[in-house]
Design a protein around this ligand. Structure first.
Ligand code: SF4
Ligand code: SF4
Length: 109
């Protein structure tokens, strides 16, 4: 995957993430949530935002958080119930793709 497509993905993720209104209504119903915010959908979005927008954290930690997601889409259904346009599961999946692209580019250089 080219540098441009990784950058395009990054732009798309950062645009989509702004649709999350941070209501946290998805936190406790996330099946992977065991008390830590980052084990929830809203927490995963916050971690993505910190990594992509502010270059905080690292790819390995973000990858662990995102691959712990069961992709059940319950959070995304919850967003719809509250009439937000947020698509957290799609954002998580896109960010997995972004991480995979970066890793591929790293191996090729
Ligand atoms: S992902 Fe949806 S339900 Fe969760 S905090 Fe964002 S807007 Fe609210
Ligand atoms: S799709 Fe992932 S983040 Fe969303 S509720 Fe399911 S496990 Fe949690």
């Amino acid at each position: 995957m080219s540098e441009t497509s990784t950058k395009d993905l990054e732009k798309e993720i950062l645009e989509k993430i702004q649709t999350c209104i941070r209501c946290r209504m998805c936190v406790k119903m996330c099946p992977t949530y065991e008390g830590w915010f980052t084990q929830s959908s809203a927490g995963r979005l916050a971690a993505i935002n910190l990594r992509l927008r502010y270059d905080l954290g690292d790819d390995e930690e973000l990858s662990r958080l995102l691959y712990d997601c069961a992709t059940c889409r319950r959070c995304q259904e919850r967003c719809k119930m509250f009439s937000t346009n947020a698509t957290p599961t799609d954002i998580i999946l896109k960010t997995r793709q972004w991480l995979a692209n970066k890793e591929k580019e790293r191996r090729e250089t």
